[in-house]
Design a protein around this ligand. Structure first.
Ligand code: UGA
Length: 458
């Protein structure tokens, strides 16, 4: 199958790289020449575990190429995956201008039948608009251009694994032959029969993915419904944490027990600084806006957003409570990415927290294992350190803002020795309070008792 992927951002690259590695002939396109140049040289513009191996192997085997000539790639393909961005607009709606632009281009240049697949996250009924745009721009007399929706459920940091070994593949179609074509594209993954570039044939996942065929509207809705529900779970855990603080309970104990009920599940119940990134915050907003537009009151999601925004305030208050005065203090921040195993700082709670600390008059020194370069562009006034120890050195407080495993494994005795005040504020409940206390730290986290240092003089 000859596949064109339009948009070589994070979703496009994972989609293109993985489809090429299961045997398809793929061309990834992007209008950004510098990005395509970089990719052609075998370099990736993003950090995503395993993606470098996948892309390098597929390029080496001649299955994957890159071009800025979107029109030529479209014309030469049977299948087109639209993977362009749908960023939030001021009012919270998803900006669909990139999708519209691609639709006009496909409609204008296509000379042979094609299957056009929306992979970008879009509001329900976008597929209908896409169909209409394709029809109009091909002047109602063009070749058959079919449309399908195939939302991605990739998580940054484990996206390649998620693509090749998914729990489910959802396709939204309006006829059986489109569903059959999509099944053919995904057959190696559905049957888990491919030479896995990630695990060298020793894939640990044995369960077969669920293959779900729905209408296009349902498929589009499923994506927003999934991400919004995940956001809802996080905000629920964050309110639980606040309650635990007031009632002297421990949120980790509560969410662990609650999550053992299979009807609830253990995931996405981690309290802390809240959810960020380029998906959950914007998808909650877009879902809300869409509900408003069709006259459905989804106030539940407005609360999810409100609670999430409040988490940064709660952290600032914890810092103020511990430090008394923030102005003039030196604060080390560990973590800049919106979550571990990515260099993505878009809508990162860590970045937002740092901005607030700077406004409060603190001086901030920060470190992240992967996101330093991207953070430099958005936080010009922050001293970025070479490692976590440097960020902690001389600090009045050390804040954990992203739950990188590396931070759990630090030599905390060494950290202790260099800090001006041995105060750790754990915004991700990454560390064990008692262990920190016995090392001589004051330790503050979310929904768990604050601990004074074992050696502290009261
Ligand atoms: C999310 C979804 O999890 C994916 O299924 C979806 O495909 C993707 O969006 C997308 O729409 O493309 P991602 O944005 O990579 O994936 O990040 P998540 O793993 O969902 O984490 C989002 C945020 O929630 C992070 O800031 C994380 O730190 C926070 N989080 C997560 C919590 O605060 N508590 C938790 O228990 C879990």
């Amino acid at each position: 199958m000859r596949i064109a992927v339009i948009g070589s951002g994070y979703v496009g690259l994972v989609t293109g790289g993985c489809l090429a590695s299961i045997g398809h002939e793929v061309v990834c396109t992007d209008s950004d020449e510098a990005k395509i140049d970089l990719l052609r040289k075998g370099k990736l513009p993003i950090f995503e575990p395993g993606l470098d191996t996948v892309v390098a192997r597929a390029m080496h085997e001649g299955q994957l190429a890159f071009t800025v000539d979107v029109a030529a790639a479209v014309e030469a393909s049977d299948v087109i995956f639209i993977c362009v961005g749908t960023p939030p607009m001021e009012n919270g709606d998803a900006d669909l201008s990139a999708i519209d632009q691609v639709a006009r281009l496909i409609g204008t240049v296509a000379r042979s039948p094609k299957l056009v697949i929306e992979k970008s996250t879009v509001p329900a009924q976008t597929g209908q608009k896409l169909k209409q745009a394709l029809r109009v721009y091909s002047r109602n007399a063009g070749p058959l251009l079919r449309v399908a929706s195939n939302s991605e459920f990739l998580r940054e940091g484990t996206a390649v694994e998620d693509f090749l070994h998914p729990e489910r593949i959802v396709v939204g179609v309006d006829n059986e032959s489109t569903a059959a074509d999509l099944k053919e594209i995904y057959r190696p993954i559905i049957e888990q029969q491919f030479d896995c570039p990630l695990h060298d044939g020793r894939c640990h996942k044995t369960a077969m993915p669920e293959w779900l065929v729905t209408t296009i509207n349902s498929a589009e809705l499923i994506k927003h419904a999934s991400n919004s529900f995940l956001a809802l779970k996080i905000s629920y855990a964050n309110v639980l944490a606040e309650l635990c603080e007031k009632l002297d309970a421990n949120v980790d104990e509560v969410t662990r027990a609650v999550g053992l009920d299979p009807r609830i599940g253990p995931h996405f119940l981690k309290a802390g600084l809240g959810f960020g990134g380029f998906c959950l915050p914007k998808d909650v907003q877009a879902f809300l806006r869409m509900a408003e537009r069709v006259g459905v009151d989804f106030g539940l999601l407005r609360e999810v957003e409100r609670i999430n925004k409040q988490q940064i305030n709660r952290m600032i208050e914890k810092i103020r409570h511990a430090l008394w005065v923030i102005r003039g203090k030196r604060i080390g921040v560990l973590g800049l990415a919106f979550k571990p195993n990515t260099d993505d700082v878009r809508f990162s709670p860590a970045v937002e927290l740092i901005r607030r600390l700077l406004l409060e008059g603190a001086s901030v020194r920060a470190y992240d294992p992967a996101a330093m370069e991207k953070a430099r562009a958005v936080l010009p006034n922050v001293e970025l350190c070479e490692n976590a120890y440097q960020a902690a050195n001389g600090a009045d407080a050390l804040v954990i803002a992203t739950e990188w495993a590396d931070f759990r494994d630090l030599d905390w005795e060494k950290v202790h020795a260099t800090m001006a005040r041995q105060l750790v504020l754990d915004g991700r409940n990454l560390l064990q309070g008692e262990a920190m206390k016995s090392l001589g730290f004051e330790y503050v986290s979310f929904g768990r008792p604050d601990l004074a240092a074992e050696t502290a003089v009261v």
